[in-house]
Design a protein around this ligand. Structure first.
Ligand code: F0G
Length: 462
């Protein structure tokens, strides 16, 4: 290309105002939210990087699709459009719509797991882990060694440790009914998985006759990383790479709130008739009839269009560059983060940034509070609050203390990002004064959503 600037490959047709607040207003909002950013009102947030899930902007083609939505209870035209798109991209024979990714996980784990089973994954996302554990099974994370070190530069830090997978299956005969691979690896830093690694996982699972399912939330971003980082794929269309990824698996779970470019939705897809039947039986109980599965006809249309838009090379080039641009500025400012940048997010390394706060005082959580207080930015902790609570109620510090800045798709512009960088640079100057937090009240699982916290005296910032 002749020019080096990678632009937002869209123009803006509808805008949603965002509101500036003062630091005093934000301090009051934090207190009212029990020092949990999940409990803030969205209107009090200036730049919301809590998640890239369901927060994207839809295109004119998606909105047009929504007007075409067919709300017929059974056999709606919109379902067949959805089924065609998912089938075309994934190649799976059975396409089962769900209201979002975790519903697909809930149904799949119910159909495939029993107490005592083990599910290997490169790294389970928190809802996947909770669904596996809900069935009395063990969620086993098998990342490669490079995936555990935020500072190691490796093109595919999301890869699974294939030797460890082989061992886990050998050492637990009859107890591994499902192998999963999360693409990209969200909890491990939004890091991609190489096609070679997917092939390796597939070969091991097939040799042992174990179904292999991809958690496909960010499959398009992963395909772009394969194209740009793995030898031999530079000229391939992202859709072809995606098709090859799926061809190596027996099925997938999907949250269409990510690379489906939709505000809600998901699906389960697979080849096996018997598993599909078990899943559809549960679907009718928990989601709805198999041709809508908890979604409106218009949602199905938005996803059918969005899946293709997520695979558009101009979009993916901009999307991945957007995150990389932020990462370059952070690295230049000396702010510790997981490197290289992930596909949908940047992960600040709170363990290194705030070494004076021990894991028992939740450094990532404290950092998320300061980002809001200082700049109205909302980000999510992925550390000992999210992962430290064990099924038996005990507490075990997480491997990493990260704070994720997740970027909604097609929502914020480069100047929004320049502002975020400026806030982070300011936080860097006050980092030694940031104080930890303690938990005042918590539920028994997925505690980060609702737990109440208190800053350790005298405040979030000393
Ligand atoms: N798997 C992965 C890898 C995810 O990142 C998510 C959601 C899910 C499954 C569950 O999908 O939300 O539609 O039920 N991740 C969001 C996030 C919530 O912020 O990373 P869901």
């Amino acid at each position: 290309m002749k020019f080096k600037t990678i632009i937002e490959p869209f123009r803006i047709k509808t805008v949603e105002p965002i509101r500036q607040t003062t630091e005093a207003e934000r301090a009051a909002a934090l207190q009212a939210a029990h020092y949990n950013v999940f409990l803030l009102h969205g209107e009090d947030v200036l730049i919301d990087l809590l998640t890239d899930s369901g927060t994207g902007a839809m295109s004119v083609y998606q909105w047009a699709g929504m007007m075409r939505g067919d709300e017929t209870y059974a056999g709606a035209r919109s379902f067949y459009a959805f089924e065609r798109a998912v089938g075309d991209i994934t190649g799976f024979r059975h396409v089962i719509p769900t209201h979002q990714g975790r519903a697909a996980e809930h149904i799949l784990t119910g159909a495939m797991l029993k107490p005592g089973d083990i599910v290997p994954n490169n790294r389970h996302f928190d809802t996947t882990r909770a669904n596996v554990e809900h069935r009395g099974a063990t969620a086993l994370d098998l990342p490669i060694a490079a995936g555990l070190d935020p500072q190691v530069l490796h093109p595919f830090k999301g890869n699974m440790d294939l030797d460890a997978l082989e061992r886990a299956i050998r050492d637990n005969p009859g107890r591994v009914p499902l192998v999963m691979l999360t693409i990209t690896n969200n909890s491990g830093g939004g890091q991609p998985v190489s096609l070679e690694n997917i092939r390796g996982v597939s070969a091991i699972a097939r040799r042992h006759g174990i179904p292999f399912f991809i958690d496909a939330c960010r499959f398009a971003e992963n395909a772009w990383f394969i194209r740009t980082r793995e030898d031999g794929h530079a000229d391939r269309a992202p859709i072809d790479i995606a098709r090859e990824m799926f061809s190596l698996a027996d099925g997938c779970t999907m949250s269409a709130k990510k690379d489906g470019m939709a505000n809600i939705g998901g699906f389960l897809a697979m080849h096996d008739d018997a598993i599909a039947e078990r899943c559809r039986n549960t679907l009718i109980l928990t989601e709805g009839f198999p041709t809508y599965g908890g979604l409106a006809g218009y949602d199905l249309e938005a996803i059918a269009v969005g899946l293709y838009e997520a695979l558009d090379p101009d979009y993916l080039r901009y999307r991945i560059r957007f995150v990389e641009y932020m990462a370059e500025k952070m690295v230049a400012a000396g702010i510790p983060m997981v490197r290289p940048a992930g596909g949908h997010a940047l992960y600040l390394d709170a363990k290194r940034w705030l070494p004076h706060i021990p894991p028992t005082e939740y450094p990532g959580w404290a950092l998320s509070l300061v980002l809001y207080l200082a700049g109205g930015i909302r980000a999510a902790e992925i550390g000992s609050v999210m992962f430290g609570q064990q099924p038996d109620g005990s507490e075990k510090p997480a491997d990493l203390e990260l704070v994720r800045l997740a970027f909604p798709r097609r929502v914020y512009t480069q100047s929004h990002m320049d502002y975020v960088c400026e806030v982070l640079e300011h936080v860097n100057t006050i980092a030694p004064r940031i104080r930890g937090v303690r938990i005042v009240e918590q539920p028994s699982a997925l505690r980060h959503f609702t737990a109440k916290f208190a800053p350790l005296a005298p405040g979030v910032i000393a």
